[in-house]
Ligand binder design. Structure first.
Ligand code: ADE
Length: 247
């Protein structure tokens, strides 16, 4: 997969993506990540990439010429996605969609905004990391790249798993534990060391449902509520019907 990133801080994007999962994906040729400096598309002695807004107001606006220049020269894979808080909020399903493409590109906004002619005539989509404001799109780009690249088959090792995790299935993940079985008097639920795989699966399903209902009830609504089978499972759990089923 080829991903091009247009930014005024190419070193920042490059540094994060040389380590850990992205670093490995690049080394193993799953990912061809190309970081382009927007400033390289700028002209004049100052190579300025921003200017004051027409009509007045605070802050600086990213100029169109450097962005058009660097993007046209790179001829990047499309869609070209602008990272901005005024974009569509990114979700796991978007990561899944992008992971099926051969490539795509990110344009990282900075300063108070970007000339609208870039948005209207160069960019294909606008995406936001969430309903909060960062001072630039670089962290958002890195977050999205990681969310996408980890879904490419073969990128994650056997010891890691991109399935059975939060959001696949529309529920948050159940609690996980590892050794020691007791730590500072805090114990691991008996069911997880029972060896009874059916009970473990039921416990995990109940925990996922309960955590999602508590923290993200919107996800329950989005997936169309809970099934009859899940309702039965929750009732059995509440009634303490299975010895192994308790915490
Ligand atoms: N740039 C600034 N804030 C952002 C956000 N929330 N998402 C994506 N890009 C951004």
């Amino acid at each position: 997969m080829r991903i091009d990133v247009f930014t005024i801080f190419p070193a920042l994007v490059d540094a994060y993506s040389t380590v850990s999962l992205l670093g490995r994906a690049r080394k193993n040729k799953f990912l061809d990540l190309r970081c382009h400096d927007i400033r390289s598309g700028a002209v004049g002695i100052h190579r300025s990439v921003d200017d004051a807004p027409f009509g007045g107001g605070a802050g600086m606006i990213m100029k169109p010429e450097p962005i058009f220049g660097v993007v046209e020269r790179a001829d990047p894979p499309r869609p070209l996605i602008l990272l901005t808080p005024s974009g569509k909020r990114f979700e796991q399903s978007d990561a899944e969609e992008l992971s099926r493409l051969e490539g795509f590109s990110f344009l990282c906004g900075r300063y108070e905004g970007i000339d609208q002619r870039v948005v209207d005539n160069l960019v294909d989509r606008r995406v936001s990391l969430g309903d909060f404001v960062l001072s630039g799109g670089e962290i958002a780009a890195l977050a999205l790249i990681e969310a996408v690249v980890r879904l490419i088959p073969g990128v994650m090792g056997n010891e890691e798993s991109s399935v059975d995790e939060s959001f696949s299935g529309g529920l948050l993940e159940y609690p996980q534990y590892t050794r020691p079985r007791e730590f500072k008097g805090y114990t691991v639920p008996d069911v997880l060391v029972s060896g009874d795989h059916e009970s473990i699966a039921r416990w995990r399903k109940v925990k996922s449902l309960l955590i999602t209902m508590e923290i993200r009830p919107d996800l329950i609504i989005e997936r169309g509520g809970i099934t009859e089978e899940e309702a039965t499972l929750l009732k059995e759990y509440a009634d303490g019907e299975y010895e192994n089923f308790k915490d």
